[in-house]
Write a protein that binds this ligand. Sequence first.
Ligand code: FE
Ligand code: FE
Ligand code: ZN
Length: 285
Amino acid sequence: MIYIGSHLSVSAGYAAMAEKMAEDYHGNTYAFFLRSPRGGKAKVPEEADLVKMQKIRAEHHFGPMVAHAPYTMNPCSAREDIRELAVTMMTEDLAQMERMAALSPEEPIYYNFHPGSHTGQGVDRGIEETAEVLNRVIRPDQHTTVLLETMAGKGSEIGKTFEELKRIMDLVEPEKAAHLGVCFDTCHTWDAGYDLVYDPDGVFAAFDREIGLERLFAVHLNDSKNPLEAAKDRHEKLGEGYLGAKALERIVQHPALQGRPFILETPNDDAGYRREIALVKSWNQ
Ligand code: FE
Ligand code: FE
Ligand code: ZN
């Protein structure tokens, strides 16, 4: 069994997200941005709103939430001011995550981010800088697990191989690295050259060898507009891209991924998300 949901807008509040997922989309997990995806100032949620959200989630037996860091955040930019901004945003976001976690301390909670683009400094330097940001923002006693997302490798993105993600994690101090994991994005991983259509078993075996499947905490379930190794990162509706319905069904059913929250980041309207959530449920009863 897996949890299935989609990315939601926080604009109507936190409890409203849980309500929308439960009552409208009929899913049991979701993702959201704590601030504008472009990285504007964070809106600090009301305590009562968070309490109500956690109550709805508990009533409907939801799986863990997967908050997403702003996608413009770049912890390994060549520019120091941009790296510092990543420290500020992540620190603030994690403080909000801890407020939610405190209301429901027995369940996991995830904050996922893109490891960044080295903007010309080279992969090795990028890996070091992203690890340094993690060392600065993670507290050994925090509840939130910080997830590095598998990336497509467009431009100078780091994290396009499992090995690069592992190298970042290995540079984080052990008591902080205990709060790290990976969010596996199917579109990105495919675009990076991992063949999820013809050899999903091989891909997950490679993940297990390089990082360990026990560190794979969440999945972004997307089809891809582009062929294997395209390094593009353009999401497609389930079954309408190069991954296709059959490969996505096998991923949803894969023994290595059971128990995880699966988040749709597909280009859809309300009806589309309702349909895709029902489809994924039909694949995994
Ligand atoms: Fe992402
Ligand atoms: Fe993603
Ligand atoms: Zn993407």
